[in-house]
Design a protein around this ligand. Structure first.
Ligand SMILES: Nc1nc2c(ncn2[C@@H]2O[C@H](COP(=O)(O)OP(=O)(O)OP(=O)(O)O)[C@@H](O)[C@H]2O)c(=O)[nH]1
Length: 415
C-alpha cells in the first residue's frame, strides 16, 4: 500500500473516531442536562468542522488540541501526551493490543501536534491560492509553483511537482477547487513516497562490540540535546552508553554534554576546552572497547567556516576510531535545525560533500512552519531522516515515521 492510501485510511479512521466521540458526547448530554457551555461550543465546532474551509479546519484543530491539552491537565492522567479519554475508554477491552495502539496513537499525535504550524501555514497558503481560483490555467500553475517554493519543499520538488501536476490535472480532468487540491496533495505524497524507497530509519549498530555514532552539524542545531535524548533512549533499553565530548571548541558544549550525562546516568569522556578533539575520541574509543560499552556517542564541533578544516578534523577522528574499531563509525548523523528551512538544506549539501553522512536528525520540527523541509531532504539529498526532534523534553525525540509525518503535514487538507 502506498503512502497516500495509508494516509487516506488514517484520515478515515480518525474521522470515524471523531464521529463516534461526538455521538458519545451527544448521548451523554441528552442523558443529563448539563450547564457546561464549553462542551456545547466544542461539539458545535466539531460538527461544523466537516464543512469548513482549510483555514477554518486548521483553526479548529488548534482549538481541538488546546481542548485535549486542557483535558489532560484537568484529569491529571499519567502521560502528558496521552490521547483523550474517550479513546482510552474505547480501548479498555483488550490490554495487549491497547499498548501497541496507544503507542501508535501517541506517535501519530506527537507528529500531528509537532507539524501543526507547518500544516496550518501550508493550508493557509493553499487557501489563498484557491481564493482567486477561476480555472486551471498557466497563471494558476505559476502561483502554485511559488507557493511550493515558499513552503520549503525545495526548488527542484516545486518545479518537478508543478510539471507533473499539469499532466495529472489534465489526466484526471480535475476542474473544481477540491479536485485540484486533492490532486496536488496526492501527487506530493506520491513523489515523496517514490523518493523514499529503500530508505531505512534504523540506526546501524555493530554486530559485535561498541557501536560508534558520530554527530555532526553546525552550532546550535541541537546536537548535544539530541545526544542527550538518544543516550537516554538506549540507556532505557538496558544498553551501556558512553558519551565523548569531542566538541572542545566551546567550553559550554562540554558542560552541556556533561549535564546530559548526569541526567541520563551515563558515562562521559571529556577534556579541557580547546584540547584536540581526536584525543577525546582516542580515549573514548579505548574506554568503550576495554569496558564493553554498547554505544559510544561522539559530539563534534561543526564549524563550517572552513570546509577544509572541518574535513580534516572529521577525517582525523575517523582514523583514530577505525584504528580501534575498523567498521566505525557505524553512523554519521547530521543534525539539522528545521526552523532554518533552506539553510538547513544547504548545510546538508556541504556536510554531505565533506563526510559520509548516513542519516539525518531533524530537530525543532515543533513550532516551525517549515516542516516541508523533510520533503526537500528526501527528494534532493536522498538521505534518510532517521529521527526528529519534536520538543525540548528528553522524550521528544522520535524515530521518523513517514506515515505519521505525512499525516501530520496534510491532515485535514484533503477534501
Ligand atoms: N523546540 C525544540 N528545541 C530543541 C530541539 N532540539 C534542541 N532544541 C533546543 O535547541 C537549543 C540548541 O541545542 P544544542 O543541543 O545546544 O545545540 P548544539 O548543536 O549542540 O549546539 P552547540 O553546543 O553550540 O554546538 C537548545 O535550547 C535546545 O533545547 C527540538 O527538537 N525542539
Amino acid at each position: 500500500m502506498g503512502l497516500f492510501d495509508i494516509f487516506k485510511k488514517k484520515n478515515k479512521q480518525n474521522e470515524e473516531k471523531q464521529q463516534s466521540n461526538l455521538s458519545d458526547e451527544e448521548n451523554k448530554s441528552s442523558e443529563k442536562v448539563t450547564n457546561d457551555d464549553e462542551k456545547d461550543v466544542s461539539t458545535e465546532e466539531n460538527q461544523e468542522s466537516a464543512s469548513k474551509s482549510v483555514e477554518e479546519t486548521a483553526t479548529d484543530e488548534n482549538k481541538e488540541s488546546e481542548d485535549n491539552e486542557q483535558h489532560v491537565e484537568n484529569d491529571g492522567s499519567n502521560s502528558e501526551e496521552s490521547v483523550d479519554q474517550d479513546e482510552s475508554n474505547e480501548d479498555e477491552a483488550g490490554e495487549t493490543t491497547e499498548t501497541a495502539d496507544e503507542s501508535n496513537d501517541d506517535n501519530q499525535e506527537k507528529f500531528t501536534k509537532g507539524l501543526e504550524k507547518s500544516r496550518s501555514t501550508f493550508g493557509e497558503k493553499l487557501n489563498r491560492l484557491f481564493a482567486n481560483f477561476r480555472s486551471v490555467d498557466e497563471d494558476f500553475f505559476e502561483d502554485l509553483e511559488d507557493l511550493l517554493i515558499e513552503s520549503d519543499v525545495g526548488f527542484d520538488m516545486a518545479v518537478n511537482l508543478t510539471d507533473q501536476l499539469r499532466d495529472e490535472v489534465k489526466l484526471q480532468n480535475a476542474k473544481n477547487k477540491d479536485d485540484v487540491q486533492n490532486v496536488i496533495i496526492k501527487k506530493m505524497i506520491d513523489i515523496y513516497d517514490e523518493n523514499g524507497n529503500n530508505e531505512t530509519t534504523e540506526i546501524n549498530l555493530a554486530d559485535k562490540g561498541p557501536s560508534v555514532i558520530l554527530f555532526v552539524g553546525v552550532n546550535g542545531v541541537g546536537k548535544t540535546t539530541t545526544i542527550g535524548k538518544m543516550a537516554n533512549m538506549y540507556k532505557q533499553q538496558g544498553k551501556k552508553v558512553l558519551l565523548a565530548a569531542a566538541d572542545t571548541f566551546r567550553a559550554g558544549a562540554i558542560q552541556q554534554l556533561d549535564e546530559w550525562a548526569k541526567a541520563d546516568n551515563v558515562d562521559i569522556v571529556k577534556k579541557e576546552e580547546q584540547s584536540d578533539p581526536s584525543a577525546v575520541v582516542y580515549e573514548a574509543v579505548h574506554k568503550a572497547k576495554d569496558e564493553d560499552y554498547d554505544v559510544l556517542f561522539v559530539d563534534t564541533a561543526g564549524r563550517l567556516q572552513n570546509k577544509v578544516n572541518l574535513m580534516n578534523e572529521l577525517a582525523k577522528m575517523k582514523k583514530v576510531l577505525t584504528r580501534e574499531i575498523p567498521d566505525a563509525p557505524h553512523e554519521v548523523l547530521l543534525v539539522l535545525d528545521a526552523t532554518t528551512g533552506q539553510n538547513a538544506l544547504n548545510q546538508a549539501k556541504l556536510f554531505k560533500e565533506t563526510t559520509d553522512v548516513s542519516g539525518i536528525v531533524l530537530t525543532k520540527l515543533d513550532g516551525t512552519a517549515k516542516g516541508g523541509i523533510v520533503l526537500a531532504i528526501r527528494n534532493e539529498l536522498h538521505l534518510p531522516v532517521k529521527y526528529v526532534g519534536l520538543g525540548e523534553k528528553v522524550t521528544d525525540l522520535r524515530k521518523f515515521d513517514a506515515n505519521d509525518f505525512v499525516y501530520g503535514l496534510f491532515k485535514g487538507l484533503i477534501k
